[in-house]
Design a protein. Structure first.
Length: 691
């Protein structure tokens, strides 16, 4: 990549210290002041240096951003800011005025300054303005005053930044804060270019990576965005955020961000799980990553000349380090009267008479309940079950694989099912894995530290139930119980309606909200949609023929209207023709013919006037089988926008019933409806949409 225009700003950023730490930036219940103070202590211990205060649902951070803090609130914030100082953590105060601010009104700007002045008086020296998750449409007054939304945001940010005396740390979160939000792309985003050019160079910009929750963040993607922003971004990392799904929690290691990113960034802040305690792993492993990045740089020099150096950050090793430390926390009691480890009880006998003679059951009485201590294996299993947004941990993957195998290889022959020896042995192993989950649950629920347990409780109960259902099902397959995960009962208990109304909605939908990481793991292919050019003609014909011959034997089917477009007899509209490319080359196309009559004449088929009247444009789209739905739908969506901008009032297409992929895609787009057409070849469906 050529040197970005903002090289100067980049090297400036390189001289600043690397921002590392936590952003409390999720939706839902904010953390308590005590939790935040404990967080500062931890961050210091682990070598992180920053905390960004941005709790989305805190009244005065976003919804009522204009309101000043009361005396009582002020006291709390002052205490928090000084606690951060005590632990050497930079406290950055963020405000999100974007829900309802009128950028062009000087009174609004004054109110914003006044609010930040108040926080400055509390001892805060670093600030941030956030414009994420807001309507991108400006109000009429702002439209008059600013040439774009980016101009409005940048204008107010620069003004506030200057007003506060150009603080050493000042962060700005754009509305398009990840590549997926940029139209059409990062490098062509007018919004990002304006931000990059107009935002004062001392202001850093937050960026979540390719997506809101980025699976991977590559060096190339950061180089691309840095050249547009004219500075190295600070990553706001949502890899451990769980505020978008009630049933998920992320206890896997910081992962899929190469440490080579560190010199290319101004910092990394993790926006983790809503529950404070389970973030031990997220923050600990981020700290290990940051250290590895710093050390890795030095070691590269020392090891010059040696063969392959060890990768400087191993997510697996970082996880084990984190879990080993976390285990200690579980063992420390956080409540008076809790059952602490036996040896500490021995040290300090209790004062009361009762305690002097603890109850010892007789030989014919119930033995005392004894809690087994939690182990590192338990925590590793827990982390595997609640791993990362796009990946289950190794044990969870094995359990899913085994269940899948057991389901597909069982012989349901008769009442006394006789499975093969291999099946029985694997079923037994699966049962053992389920039992380990139950034991882990038992030991966790007996751990002395109740605060950590309570943050985890709903999740571990839920997974215990899920695993229990799978276990009962496998037992049933093996002939040791009813052959249903949930025995049918006319008078069911409440807990059989799993997931409530939301669960019910999701199960009723054909394709949304019911994606499985196991059966459809995320694809990481990069696709490009670009205009069709004459050189693509051969590739397009190749795809057309390849898919057609797979669907129906060549030569036996009457032509579709679009065939002449694909055989090159008629050219598509140059403004309304796209191809889809992946690493291997052209893998799909979407072409439009503005006047479908031309095709009808070529194929010599009479097409109803009403169709041509309502849907004058004919489109043809196809993708190779390896292409996933999402880029294919995007390409068709983009074609429809171009056709609409060209002035057409509607499009139609013809699809063979055997072409399930295209039928599915058009249906999923949601706007196409079957239309009636005379003279349609057999087994062909015509679908149209108004624009
Ligand atoms: C977001 C929000 C964040 C939220 C996260 C995960 C940013 C910049 N903003 O888009 O508040 O916690 O998604 O749901 O990430």
């Amino acid at each position: 990549m050529s040197a970005p225009a903002g090289t100067e700003a980049l090297s400036q950023a390189a001289n600043k210290r690397f921002i590392s730490g936590v952003v409390e930036g999720f939706y839902g219940r904010p953390w308590t002041m005590e939790q935040r103070t404990e967080l500062f202590q931890r961050e210091q211990k682990w070598g992180l240096n920053t905390y960004l205060y941005a709790p989305k649902d805190d009244y005065k951070h976003r919804m009522y951003w204009r309101d000043l803090y009361t005396e009582e609130e002020a006291e709390q914030l002052i205490a928090l800011i000084s606690a951060a100082k005590r632990y050497g953590i930079e406290f950055i105060y963020a405000i999100s005025p974007g829900l309802d601010i009128t950028f062009s009104n000087p009174r609004e700007v004054a109110t914003l300054k006044k609010k930040l002045d108040q926080v400055k008086e509390f001892g805060c020296c670093s600030f941030s303005l956030l414009f994420d998750d807001i309507e991108a449409e400006m109000c009429p007054a702002d439209k008059q005053a600013f040439s774009s939304f980016a101009h409005a945001q940048v204008d107010i940010t620069n003004e506030v930044y200057r007003h506060l005396g150009e603080p050493a740390t000042f962060l700005f979160c754009p509305t398009d804060y990840c590549a997926a939000f940029c139209t059409p792309t990062v490098s062509q985003s007018t919004y990002l270019h304006t931000v990059g050019e107009k935002l004062l160079p001392g202001i850093d910009i937050l960026w979540t990576g390719p997506k809101v929750v980025s699976n991977k963040i590559s060096v190339e993607s950061i180089e691309e965005v840095s050249s547009v922003l004219k500075r190295a971004p600070v990553i706001w990392d949502n890899i451990h955020a769980n505020d978008y799904d009630l049933q998920r929690l992320f206890l896997g290691p910081y992962k899929d961000r190469p440490t080579e990113l560190i010199p290319k960034l101004s910092g990394v802040l993790t926006n983790p799980n809503c529950e404070y305690h389970p973030n031990f792993v997220a923050i600990h492993t981020l700290a290990t990553w940051c250290k590895a990045g710093a050390e890795g740089g030095q070691r590269d020099v020392e090891m010059a000349g040696e063969q392959e150096p060890e990768p400087c950050y191993s997510p697996q090793k970082a996880l084990t380090l984190a879990l080993t430390d976390w285990l200690e926390d579980f063992q420390s009691t956080d409540q008076p009267g809790a059952h602490v480890k036996k040896d500490s009880l021995d040290e300090e006998p209790m004062q009361t008479d009762m305690a002097e003679s603890p109850y010892v059951p007789g030989t014919d009485e119930n033995p005392l309940y004894t809690a087994e201590p939690l182990t590192l294996d338990d925590l590793t299993l827990l982390s595997d079950l609640f791993y990362l947004p796009y990946e289950h941990g190794p044990t969870a993957r094995t359990m899913l694989q085994e269940l899948d195998w057991l389901k597909n290889h069982s012989v349901v022959a008769s009442a006394d099912t006789d499975q093969t020896a291999e099946w029985r042995s694997r079923a037994q192993q699966f049962d053992g894995m389920c039992e380990a989950v139950v034991q882990m649950f038992n030991r966790l629920s007996n751990a002395p530290n109740r605060s950590i347990l309570y943050d985890l409780y709903n999740y571990i109960c839920d997974i215990k139930t899920g695993v229990g259902l799978a276990r009962a099902y496998v037992k049933g397959l093996g002939g040791h119980g009813p052959l249903s995960a949930q025995p049918v009962n006319n008078d069911p208990e409440a807990w059989t309606f799993r997931g409530g109304l939301s669960g019910e909605f999701q199960r009723m939908l054909p394709s949304h909200g019911n994606r499985d990481l196991f059966t459809s793991p995320p694809v990481t292919e990069v696709y490009c949609i670009r205009p069709f050019c004459p050189d693509d003609k051969l590739q397009v014909q190749r795809i057309f023929r390849e898919v057609k011959s797979a669907e129906v034997p060549l030569g036996v089917q009457p032509p579709l209207l679009c065939d002449c477009l694909l055989e090159g007899e008629i050219l598509p509209s140059p403004d309304c023709a796209l191809v889809l490319e992946d690493e291997t080359g052209v893998c799909g196309y979407a072409l439009a013919l503005p006047n479908a009559k031309q095709a009808a004449a070529k194929v010599q088929r009479a097409v109803n006037d009403s169709v041509l009247e309502n849907f004058p444009t004919l489109i043809a789209a196809q993708v190779l089988p390896r292409v996933t739905d999402s880029p294919a739908k995007r390409m068709i969506g983009q074609l429809l926008s171009s056709v609409k901008s060209s002035g057409s009032k509607g499009v139609f297409c013809e699809v063979r019933q055997s072409d399930q992929k295209m039928l599915g895609l058009y249906t999923q787009l949601g706007c196409f409806r079957p239309i009636t057409m005379d003279n349609l070849p057999q087994d062909v469906i015509a679908m149209g949409t108004s624009l």
